[in-house]
Write a protein that binds this ligand. Structure first.
Ligand SMILES: CC(C)(COP(=O)(O)OP(=O)(O)OC[C@H]1O[C@@H](n2cnc3c(N)ncnc32)[C@H](O)[C@@H]1OP(=O)(O)O)[C@@H](O)C(=O)NCCC(=O)NCCS
Length: 179
């Protein structure tokens, strides 16, 4: 498994690219805005409280991509390079056959089917290119948009699993039927 060259993804409306230092302001917004983060709990060391934190976050993501640890894509509309959200595959299992998906989107772009379009590309990439057996998503039980996004795109709730770090999280999974 390797993320070189960076696996750009395109769909009807979207262009998913590597994030860059000039995205710092948007990254700061996405990771600190109250609405976007309403249901997201991050440990202190993963919080983004300033533009400087956003720069560090971007740098860290680049290192993770370089070392094939995890990968984040910046979501843009095809006709506008401005970042509107992110989607990532991270928390890979030791044998690299399971990964967790994470995503956020500027509220101005909610309810347009944009994250569904992005998620579909990343599921496809995870299953076809990375040959993952399973993709997981941890989401707050009250995060209706996220739960709906997951279920309508093929994820199912695994009620027998609990997130020991966050009791209000539900764990959704999608299996690779191609394997
Ligand atoms: C979770 C989140 C990404 C979902 O975004 P979203 O825009 O609501 O998700 P979708 O892309 O599925 O779009 C939803 C709606 O767009 C509508 N829509 C409009 N135009 C559409 C089109 N061309 N194609 C498809 N759907 C379209 C659909 O009706 C859909 O509503 P439905 O699910 O009731 O059918 C967003 O709420 C978010 O960023 N939340 C904050 C971050 C967060 O909580 N992340 C998860 C952490 S675990």
């Amino acid at each position: 498994m390797n993320f070189h060259p960076f696996p750009i993804q395109t769909s009807k409306r979207l262009f998913l690219r590597n994030i860059k230092a000039s995205d710092a302001e948007t990254i700061f917004f996405l990771r600190s805005d109250k609405t976007v983060n309403q249901f997201i709990k991050r440990p202190k060391h993963r919080q983004t409280k300033s533009i400087e934190d956003a720069f560090s976050f971007i740098e860290k993501q680049h290192k993770n991509i370089e070392n094939n640890v995890s990968i984040v894509w910046g979501i843009t509309l095809k006709n506008d390079p401005q970042l509107i959200g992110t989607i990532c595959l991270w928390n890979f299992s030791e044998n690299r056959d399971v990964a967790e998906v994470g995503y956020d989107l500027n509220p101005e772009f909610h309810n347009k089917g944009i994250m569904s379009e992005a998620l579909n590309m990343i599921i496809d990439f995870g299953f076809k290119e990375l040959k993952l057996h399973k993709i997981e998503a941890f989401t707050d039980c009250k995060n209706e948009s996220s739960k709906r996004l997951l279920t309508k795109n093929g994820f199912h709730l695994n009620a027998s699993r609990k997130d020991t770090d966050n009791a209000s999280n539900l764990i959704f999974e999608i299996d690779n039927n191609l394997i």
